[in-house]
Design a protein around this ligand. Structure first.
Ligand code: NAD
Length: 256
């Protein structure tokens, strides 16, 4: 995994909580914040990958990582994990609401149960994770929440209406929380990745045709990798972005 191009000394010693930190962009977030000297707790359902990630951070010898197994659809379990992270590492300063599931679905086939299942991973945990960390951030007198969106709805991409609806809804969540908790210096922003070449994307969705579409859409010719997203998250987590809140930050090489 490549390393960050920036260094933020204020992140050292801070507690960070990442949802879906075991693989993909989440693993890059966990690694990047640990390399800045932060104490990173993360939840995931992928236990094997998550434990291997903790081990690799331990071996690198900088920062601290704590894996708490948790299915984000279980809100009581999520609340317990946030409590536990705060207890072990100290109050959480930075929440990265990263986890999602981008399974494609055909609109005419979606049942009410499937709709609820899409929201249960792509929208609901973002609200309840924020709700659970806010008392810790209020105690600290500051905090940064980064909600992960997507450019799918900006592109008007089809084949995933429920996912795109959840991702568009995140902007409302960001704006609402930033207004309510700004007086406590809690900042809330949305980070919108473009098409990031994670293992999952390469396995399921990347093919010569879709790559052609991406190349035609992006202004820049390069592929986006998880580190590009982690670099933006580091900025948003750090005091370097202390006056940025209620905004959208797009890392998509100019596609949307
Ligand atoms: N990769 C992209 O091209 C891309 C594009 C736009 C937006 N995004 C957004 O960026 C974020 C990260 O995307 P990614 O591509 O790394 O995703 P990913 O699917 O590769 O990884 C998601 C992580 O969340 C975990 N997870 C999934 N369901 C869970 C559950 N119920 N409980 C706990 N953990 C669970 C997975 O095990 C995995 O480690 C998401 O919010 C996604 O919507 C990604």
């Amino acid at each position: 995994m490549s390393t960050s191009r920036a260094s933020y000394p204020d992140l050292a010693g801070k507690t960070v909580f990442v949802t879906g930190g075991g693989s993909g962009i989440g693993a890059a977030l966990v690694t990047a914040f640990a390399r800045q000297g932060a104490r990173v707790a993360f939840v995931d359902i992928a236990e094997e990958e998550s434990r291997a990630l903790v081990e690799s951070i331990r071996q690198a010898g900088k920062g601290d990582a704590l894996f708490l197994p948790c299915d984000l659809r279980d809100i009581a379990g999520l609340r317990r994990a946030i409590e536990e992270a705060g207890r072990q590492f100290g109050d959480i300063s930075i929440l990265l609401n990263n986890a999602a599931n981008d399974e494609r679905h055909q609109t005419l086939d979606v049942t009410p149960e499937e709709w609820d299942a899409r929201m249960a991973i792509n929208l609901k945990p973002q609200f309840f994770a924020a709700q659970a960390v806010l008392p810790q951030m209020i105690r600290l007198g500051s905090g940064s929440i980064v909600n992960f969106g997507s450019i799918t709805w900006r592109l008007g991409q089809g084949g995933m209406a429920a996912y795109s609806t959840a991702k568009a809804g995140i902007h409302g969540l960001t704006r609402s929380l930033s207004r309510d908790f700004g007086p406590h210096r809690v900042r809330v922003n949305t980070l919108l990745p473009g098409w990031v070449m994670t293992e999952r994307q390469l396995k399921f969705w990347v093919n010569p045709e879709s790559l052609k579409e991406m190349e035609a859409g992006q202004c820049l010719p390069d592929r986006i990798d998880p580190q590009d997203i982690a670099d933006m998250a580091l900025f948003l987590g750090s005091d370097a972005s202390s006056k940025c809140t209620a905004q959208e930050f797009v890392v998509d090489a100019g596609w949307s």
